[in-house]
Design a protein around this ligand. Sequence first.
Ligand SMILES: NC(=O)c1ccc[n+]([C@@H]2O[C@H](COP(=O)([O-])OP(=O)(O)OC[C@H]3O[C@@H](n4cnc5c(N)ncnc54)[C@H](O)[C@@H]3O)[C@@H](O)[C@H]2O)c1
Length: 591
Amino acid sequence: MERPFPTVAVVGLGTMGAGVAVAVARSGRRVIGVEAGPSQAARALARIEASTARAVARERLTAEERAALLALIEVGDDLAAAAQADLVIEEVPEDLELKRGLFAELDRICPPETVLATGTTALSVTRIAAATARPERVLGVHFFNPVHTMKLVEVVRTVLTSPQAAEQVAELARDLGKEPVAAGDRAGFIANGLLFAYLNQAAAMFESRYATREDIDAAMRLGCGLPMGPLALLDLIGVDTARTVLEAMYEQSRDRLHAPAPILGQLVAAGLLGRKSGRGFYTYEAPGSSHVIAEEASEAEARPAGREVRSVGVCGSGTMATGIVEVFAKAGFPVLLAARSQEKAERAKAQLAKSLERSVAKGRLTEQARDAALALVTPAGGYQDLADVDLVVEAVAEDLAVKRELFTTLDKIVKPGAVLATTTSSLPVISCATATGRPQDVIGMHFFNPAPAMKLVEVVSTVLTAEDVTATVLELCGKVKKHPVECGDRAGFIVNALLFPYLNDAVRMLEEHYATVDDIDTAMKLGCGYPMGPFELLDVVGLDVSLTIEKVLHQEFREPGLAAAPLLEHLVAAGCLGRKTGRGFRDHARR
Ligand SMILES: NC(=O)c1ccc[n+]([C@@H]2O[C@H](COP(=O)([O-])OP(=O)(O)OC[C@H]3O[C@@H](n4cnc5c(N)ncnc54)[C@H](O)[C@@H]3O)[C@@H](O)[C@H]2O)c1
């Protein structure tokens, strides 16, 4: 295919436009930059010169390459110059009337074959295209900030855009070293559409005081491997921008989960827009600074001391139980590994030995530390020996009847004053607590899989949990090198309540044929820095497990938007459960 668009005009050379101009010039194309007036044009050129000089200083660019690309960029303030371009990319401020006016003018100025692209984030590309007489040659080209590092480009087609024009723009994006994904004209497109709904839920979670901002952010970073927590990210994006994007999304979807959380409006009204104004969800050293100022932790000081924990019991012999035993044993706690039979307990200990062996092989653990940890673990068939431990962590099957029965048994056996913890991910902790005569001693300790590697523990207090029990578990997490976050006893706790609605949204996007599995995964990885795309993650977690969690969330909150996507139910019914069955959203067997 011939190199598309040898000459590209970029209108508006601010944050995005300047980055796009440089990226296009680097591909050897001529760039005609257009700004609003002579002073803006001079500033824009200075910005481009400065950013490319920084790139040379950081050795991302040689001085020769810089000179060559600068020679390809001209900057002026006469829109008529755009007539010489094969493609015009508009990057002016996010204002529909401004963009529509500009497109009407470009339509008049440019030859009929010129393709016109808008850089809008949340405005309707269709409405912008309607300002021209060539809607088949109008599309959206959504770059991410900063343009030079972010590889994702969403190429947005309206119902009228010609597939050819979209393919040519995708080809250009590939030529710039980017990964284009195809999206339809819907507020937020793929990446922001999925991201902002999640950010909104996080803001609402904070607003309802379900957890602190630090705990919400830490939970998503450590529990999902995200590069930033949602509230810190809202501060970075700008609370006002986020609210505008959500308004646009709600306008189109009428989904209450897209209606901006009231706190966003309050922050905007108060001028607390995030980092740029020095305060948003967090307070920063100065406007524009990324340095958060810690606020006084008065509540933590008021907390009573925890109970002493010298020995630990873990009930269960599966993946989680074995992982949790490893966590405690490595931290030097004697652990009683209590399973239903001696044989199961011995087998779990053998699994643990293998896992420790792998750590030794990878150089993460010394042989002495491995032997010391193993020596601390005593396998037991049955629960009688738990009588003297100070803390029991239950990690048996995710079935309420099974767990309640176990808690009733523990209540009879374990000494008074011991802490009884459940590692359930989706059952109410309070239902375990009320199976005992000591609900004040029962708490949730939600570890993540694999427990030895994942730093996060959600510490779930019920309305009956004693404060010193919460304190015990928080202190203990520190001793076993885990990061505890505190939350209340409701479905999904922090992580799953924010993660699974997002995964469900992704499935719905697919179900609506809005975008493909690959494009959605790519968009989230490259546009938001997620370690895995939603479909990769669903296939790893298991579609059946995901469906169960989504149903629990829907049942708890009765939010229509949380109802599991029918496609997920269909795949589960068909036995496509993800990697474990060889097929889920992708076919793993054939790879
Ligand atoms: N900033 C981001 O993170 C980001 C990311 C993706 C997309 N976007 C979208 O990209 C577009 C540009 O955003 P930005 O952040 O670069 O804005 P910006 O405010 O940094 O830059 C806009 C530039 O357009 C110029 N301008 C205004 N009116 C003009 C006109 N009539 N003719 C020519 N130039 C004009 C301004 O002088 C300014 O330099 C917006 O639609 C925005 O939503 C922004």
